[in-house]
Design a protein around this ligand. Structure first.
Ligand SMILES: [Zn+2]
Ligand SMILES: [Zn+2]
Length: 346
């Protein structure tokens, strides 16, 4: 019986192959054919070259810049022409600005961009929503842009370096202007698919990311309602919208721009960071500690960047507070030895 089967195999496949061997080679051939028929995986480009997407980004930046500055102009104009604001409007502005800046500094920057600590999903979602309300782009855009900044800090590719055209441009104020505000409408557009696959793969955060304009609308609506309800007047609602909405966006933007510019120009650089980042004490409090920018560039994944008693790092305190509540963990901080190895000898 066994002999018959072997005979049969030999008969059908005369070149010495058994039926099983032949099937195997057929499967291998098919696999190769399938492999060859699948187009090779496209390499993702680091920047977006699509003119339509570039135009949309520019329109977004111009719209946010114009509307927020218009809001600031009206607000200051009303103050100058004898329409002072009261404690309610001041409080709405202060709370809204603090929460939005926290969304950017603790959320967009230290958590989503640099993964400097882990957090429970509700905290991640709240931080992502608060950061979105700043009107500086959705989570994926902001994170992609900032990771791109760290990758090529203070080189011509850096989206917002004062040294984007080389050292001498700074002397003509061009570098300062570009790194402060000019860059928002004139920079290479990083590809979120390349830089933020971790964020886009996270279904919850990707959902928050896709609802960006809804968060901006809510960010304008809540202070408007608060102003209206607390003062029981339409004028109060208008002031809530103006101070808690437009002025808040304008101030938060300027805080971020002061980091992109001043914290790469003015201040000292005690640590080796491979770029021109500086520590700047004067804007440490309003930026919630992000102006310890040389510390940050030397250790980008550090959740806490104020390591000396006088280096006020409000964002770091918030992260420590959330850690004590058990809402965040794996808070990354460099050891004194690590800091020592990067300290530039005087
Ligand atoms: Zn920087
Ligand atoms: Zn950073």
């Amino acid at each position: 019986m066994t002999e018959n089967i072997l005979d049969t195999n030999t008969q059908i496949y005369p070149r010495g192959q058994s039926k099983i061997q032949n099937l195997k080679s057929k499967i291998e051939m098919t696999a190769t054919q399938v492999q060859n028929s699948v187009p090779p995986k496209r390499k993702l480009s680091k920047t977006v070259k699509n003119p339509r997407l570039q135009r949309i980004q520019k329109i977004h930046a111009i719209a946010v810049n114009t509307l927020s500055y218009l809001g600031l102009t009206v607000a200051v104009g009303l103050l100058l022409f004898g329409y002072p604001i009261g404690a309610i409007e001041m409080s709405i502005f202060a709370i809204a600005t603090f929460l939005t800046t926290m969304g950017i500094v603790v959320g967009f920057h230290r958590h989503f961009t640099h993964c400097s600590f882990k957090a429970v999903t509700p905290v991640r979602v709240i931080l992502a929503i608060l950061g979105s309300m700043a009107g500086q782009g959705n989570v994926a855009f902001w994170v992609a842009l900032h990771r791109f900044h760290h990758e090529c800090s203070d080189t011509p590719d850096d989206p917002h370096s004062p040294y984007f055209k080389g050292e001498k441009q700074l002397g003509k104020w061009e570098g300062l202007w570009h790194s402060y505000m000019g860059w928002t409408v004139d920079h290479k557009l990083p590809n979120p698919l390349y830089y933020t696959s971790d964020i886009l793969r996270d279904k919850t955060i990707a959902k928050v990311n896709s609802l960006y304009f809804l968060w901006i609308a809510i960010g304008l609506l809540v202070p408007t309602l608060a102003g209206g309800i607390l003062t029981n007047s339409w004028l109060g609602a208008f002031y809530g919208f103006l101070w808690g909405g437009l002025v808040r966006i304008c101030v938060t933007q300027n805080l971020v721009w002061s980091i992109t510019s001043i914290a790469h120009i003015i201040g000292n650089s005690p640590l080796e960071s491979g770029d021109r980042s500086t520590n700047n004490i004067w804007i440490a409090i309003p930026t919630l500690g992000d102006s310890w920018h040389n510390n940050h560039h030397a250790f980008p994944n550090a959740a806490i960047v104020g390591w000396k008693w006088w280096q006020i790092d409000i964002a770091g305190w918030i992260i420590r507070g959330l850690e004590k509540l058990g809402l965040v963990w794996d808070v990354k901080v460099p050891t004194p030895q690590m800091i020592e190895t990067k300290t530039i000898a005087k």
